[in-house]
Design a protein around this ligand. Structure first.
Ligand code: FES
Length: 123
């Protein structure tokens, strides 16, 4: 059902955890399954310098969030906002269609964290 890459990200998620002194946090819930995703960011000069996630989600949510963090690290906030769940699925070499909603959790939490960061710096 899952690709090797998906299993690899799930078994050894490099970006799982919390950033205690995060510059921004974004939290979203999945309407379909009720799972929750929290994304932590460290930002320097508009670039994502560190990123971590915490979730109560499933295998697909953990693997796709980890893959998404890999894509987002080192990107500017504006470029990171353009990451789509389809790119994340590509990064995993595919995901079963019934699990697509799980991969949306990560990108939605990232978007929320970036929005929160932008709000904070504009205040
Ligand atoms: Fe809830 Fe996958 S089933 S995130």
């Amino acid at each position: 059902m899952y690709t090797e890459k998906t299993i690899k990200h799930f078994r050894n998620p490099k970006f799982a955890g919390e950033i205690k002194d995060a510059d921004a946090v974004g939290e979203v819930g999945n309407m379909k399954c009720g799972d929750v995703m929290k994304m932590f960011l460290k930002v320097e000069d508009g670039v994502i310098k560190d990123i971590k996630f915490q979730t109560y989600g499933c295998i697909a949510a953990i693997a796709s969030s980890d893959a998404m963090c890999e894509l987002a690290l080192g990107k500017t906030l504006d470029d990171a906002l353009k990451i789509t769940f389809k790119e994340v699925i590509k990064q995993l070499d595919d995901l079963p269609q019934i699990k697509f909603h799980c991969s949306v959790l990560g990108t939605a939490a990232l978007k929320k964290a970036i929005e929160n960061y932008k709000k904070k710096v504009s205040d």
